[in-house]
Design a protein. Structure first.
Lengths: 291, 307
């Protein structure tokens, strides 16, 4: 029997390939990931997939219950609910991605600066975070909307900015420990500038918790965006949006249950899918990580 | 302990001052002339605007205006509502009890439900009960509060006719808003409680407790629970905030005259003084609440106050 080759014994497996292996083994995460991808695919191919025009009025068919003609029924203007839900996925997905991108970009830069420079910069940024956190939940978003005026764009900015504090804190904490490592010192000795050290050496090493936060942040952003539209402070009619559809359905709760039931179900499905995936990703990247 | 309390209280002060600055600056960040925003008149003549600016003190330096705003706010004067022309403080005080009642009721339900679900899950790890409880918890963190509220209204008000769909004084009117608001926090508590309890149950002092023959219930409730509950208590402060902001949605749905509904209505009606007032009050209450949680945390866990 020949001895195993040394390179087979020590086959290098990085953080990411290990994580991917663990992720694929997690059934919940796999199902969540697939469902989420399917919803994104449906949002992208909405014009081909939707059976009807999502904003075309057809009063003669108003408030039709679910049936063979309209699988999920129609609303008070005779618009097909299924088509509006498929198109609404675009707004929700865009809300999730844009808002979280704003949170990540702003949060990472501020967190890196805070953790890397420490001192006065850190103190100032942390006070800003304290103030942001003093407005609980959707309230900071409401402050921003009160300033920018109700619209989809303002809602995205509002949700994105209010999601920033958690990214700032996590990136700062990770940066504080990474900056003490010897390779950072080596880079400094080699003559790297601060910017290069922060973005080339520190950032890649604080990315694992950030990626987990992103996946867990998207469902929160989708719910907040839908909540703002539900309150009439986000998407303007007639753009199909799940939150706004729910709000429209409130007036017809006793006669047409399908109006507010299906858009809500759509929100629950996408949020649960991403939560399952995010939980799996967290366990895969670092089983000890608790966020 | 006293030193710890002092330090925490002193740290909360700059947060409240900076928060009040942000709320004050909202007026100047909104596009348009502050004077016309403040009076809600969009078509005033330049002379009239200049006059209003002078009367309202908007022509003074910004820091003087802020000092004025802060001084008046400290004395309970937050200006007048543009809609009702009543003092904002009166509007807030008449609605605050409604929001507080809802938030406290929801917190109580969330704690009882979340703590027991989490505890049972941890003690019966990997059993059917654990799986079911955690599925309920996952549903709880994924379901939007406004949809849950609508479903509850459709079932219990429209179909069964058991409970009112809109807010009415008394316990009956409080049940549906409380349940829909509490579920998210209950689910968060359940997940936290489960993971924290599982961690504590692995520790050696519990093996010792069991080894010396203590009854299972004593081990769980006297030895494990006090340690497992610490991270959950930290989460309570944050959850109270999410209840306050969730009240914005629940109050709107159940037409409950509370602070949440007031702020949404005021944003829609461009009633800036009311928006500023409500947001300032909620932020101060929230900061105070977190301070209390921090202090109680130190009271429960001696390691904190001797740090």
């Amino acid at each position: 029997m020949s001895a195993p080759r040394p390179e087979a014994l020590r086959r290098p497996r990085g953080l990411w390939s290990d994580a991917l292996r663990r992720l694929v083994q997690n059934k919940g995460a796999t199902v969540g990931g697939i469902v989420f991808l399917l919803i994104v695919a449906a949002a992208i191919s909405a014009p081909r997939l939707a059976p009807d025009n999502p904003i075309g009025l057809n009063v003669s068919e108003s408030l039709t219950p679910p049936g063979p003609q309209h699988w999920l029924g129609t609303d008070q203007f005779g618009r097909d609910i299924l088509s509006r839900i498929i198109y609404g996925a675009r707004v929700s997905a865009a809300m999730g991605f844009v808002a979280v991108t704003i949170s990540v970009a702003g949060g990472s830069v501020l967190g890196l600066l805070s953790g890397y420079y420490r001192g006065t910069v850190d103190l100032a940024i942390m006070r800003v975070v304290d103030v942001m956190l003093a407005f609980p939940g959707i309230l900071l978003a409401l402050v921003i909307i009160a300033v920018l005026g109700p619209a989809l764009g303002s809602a995205m900015v509002a949700v994105g900015v209010s999601g920033m504090p958690v990214f700032i804190r996590v990136v700062r904490a990770a940066t504080l420990s990474v900056r003490e490592f010897q390779y950072v010192e080596a880079a400094r000795v080699a003559g790297c500038g601060d910017l290069r050290i922060v973005f080339r050496h520190v950032l890649p090493n604080v990315s694992a918790p950030v990626i987990v936060l992103v996946t867990l942040g998207i469902p929160g952003a989708i719910i907040s965006g839908a909540a703002l539209s539900f309150l009439g402070l986000g998407v303007r009619p007639p753009t199909p949006d799940w939150g706004a559809m729910l709000s429209d359905g409130r007036s017809f709760m006793s006669t047409a249950w399908w109006l507010s039931t299906f858009p809500g179900l759509a929100i629950v499905v996408i949020v649960m899918a991403i939560n399952l995936f995010g939980d799996g990703l967290r366990d895969a990247l670092d089983p000890r990580l608790k966020l | 302990m006293l030193k710890y309390v002092q330090r925490r209280v002193v740290l909360a002060v700059p947060t409240i001052v900076l928060t009040s600055m942000v709320v004050f600056l909202m007026l100047f960040l909104i596009p348009g002339d502050p004077a016309s925003i403040y009076i809600g008149e969009q078509t005033a003549t330049p002379e009239r605007l200049a006059q209003i600016r002078h009367v309202m003190g908007l022509d003074r330096p910004l820091y003087v205006q802020y000092a004025d705003f802060a001084w008046l706010a400290l004395h309970g004067d937050l200006g007048r509502s543009l809609q009702t022309n009543r003092p904002v403080t009166v509007e807030i005080m008449s609605r605050f009890p409604n929001t507080l009642e809802l938030a406290v009721a929801a917190m109580a339900v969330a704690m009882v439900l979340g703590f027991s679900l989490g505890l049972i899950s941890a003690l019966r790890r990997s059993s059917l009960v654990d799986t079911l409880a955690m599925m309920v918890a996952l549903f709880g963190v994924s379901v939007p509060v406004f949809w849950l509220a609508l479903l509850l209204i459709m079932l219990f008000s429209v179909r069964l006719g058991w409970l009112p769909a809109t807010s009415e004084p008394g316990l009956r009117g409080l049940i549906l808003p409380t349940v829909s608001l509490a579920l998210l926090s209950a689910a968060t508590f359940a997940r936290l409680m489960r993971s924290s309890m599982l961690e504590v149950l692995r520790l050696e002092y519990l093996t010792t407790a069991r080894a010396k023959g203590l009854h299972g219930a004593v081990v769980v409730f006297r030895h494990a629970l006090p340690n497992a509950v610490i991270p959950v208590i930290t989460a309570m402060g944050l959850q109270f905030g999410s209840l306050l902001s969730g009240a914005v949605l629940t109050e709107t749905i159940f037409a409950r005259p509370g602070l949440g509904k007031l702020v949404v209505d005021s944003i829609q009606n461009k009633d800036l003084p009311t928006v500023q007032g409500v947001i300032l009050v909620i932020a101060v209450v929230y900061v105070a609440m977190n301070l209390l949680v921090d202090l109680s945390y130190a009271f429960i866990d001696p390691r904190i106050r001797f740090e």
